[in-house]
Design a protein around this ligand. Structure first.
Ligand SMILES: [Zn+2]
Length: 295
């Protein structure tokens, strides 16, 4: 399920320094040019192109043609937008996705989060409603349709549990009538790779404590946002719910690429093994929100 509080993973910046990369005018032309897929199937020249290129790769085979290999490397140009506060990583991820789809209008977005009351406590189901609000084709896969009572005693969830439980369960109950697509299902890495290879993206709930980027240097200690130089006595938590946007993979190196809204300047990369561990960790309900470009 989702985090009442989503802390930046290994957030090395105090909230005051977490800035959105983009609240200016929607960069329409730039957004469009960023919306590119780089996909390569097996050896041969890298096939630059758009979703159309990806679609072309799925065209029916000629007789005698060898069976298609899975796309080996996908890097989608998903814009990077940083979260503003410790709790709004889900909103930052939604903005990245909407901008990738050319659907991001900042005024409209502000209106939507007021209307849907997305303040301070954002669950994956909230993000599904947000996508629906913008008419974006989506599918929310989870292991628990509603709030898992088992989380009540986890420190991460404890603070807001009772007030949130009813609200969130209601959203699940009203999902179908609200045209929000929710399914209880298990998602494999292959499912995710197939989705990405078609130019689509996904927002995933992970345990940020476990997710370790291969590219970011020296993991910074979590916890609090203390002034630099001040010593921290916090214990490392077991669970920190955090949303990220998946934007590619490389099967040769066994990597997965993602935008972490804690950062404004990079696309992160981890092993599929580490990603699976962080995504399937207790506390996430294996929530994943698939977003489709044909919206
Ligand atoms: Zn990184």
């Amino acid at each position: 399920m989702v985090p009442p509080h989503s802390w930046p993973s290994r957030g090395q910046l105090p909230p005051s320094q977490l800035r959105a990369a983009a609240p200016g005018p929607a960069p329409s032309a730039a957004g469009r040019s960023q919306r590119r897929i780089r996909a390569r199937r097996g050896p041969g020249p890298g096939g630059a192109g758009s979703e159309r290129a990806a679609a072309a790769m799925r065209s029916p085979r000629e007789p005698g043609e060898p069976p298609p290999q899975a796309v080996e490397c996908v890097q989608l140009k998903v814009p990077i937008i940083q979260q503003l506060y410790h709790w709004d990583c889900g909103l930052a991820c939604s903005r990245m996705v909407l901008q990738y789809l050319d659907h991001l209008d900042n005024d409209e977005f502000q209106k939507a989060i007021q209307e849907l009351r997305l303040t301070k406590s954002i669950w994956t189901i909230d993000l599904a409603y947000l996508m629906r609000h913008f008419g974006v084709k989506h599918k929310f896969c989870t292991q628990t349709l509603g709030v898992d009572k088992g989380y009540k005693n986890q420190s991460f969830y404890r603070k807001h549990f009772d007030t949130e439980e009813n609200r969130v369960n209601q959203l699940f109950a009203q999902a179908k009538a609200s045209k929000v697509l929710v399914e209880k299902c298990t998602v494999t890495v292959q499912d995710i790779q197939k989705h990405l290879s078609q130019g689509h993206v996904a927002i995933v709930l992970v345990n940020a404590v476990l997710l370790l980027c291969d590219l970011c240097s020296s993991p910074v200690k979590y916890c609090c946002f203390l002034p630099i130089g001040q010593k921290c006595f916090c214990r490392n938590p077991d669970y920190q719910g955090h949303f990220i946007v998946l934007c590619g993979y490389n099967t040769a190196s066994g990597s997965i690429y993602y935008n972490n809204p804690a950062y404004a300047d990079r696309t992160c990369c981890t092993s599929i093994r580490n990603f699976e561990e962080a995504r399937r960790s207790y506390g996430t309900d294996e929530d994943i929100l698939f977003i489709y470009t044909d919206s």
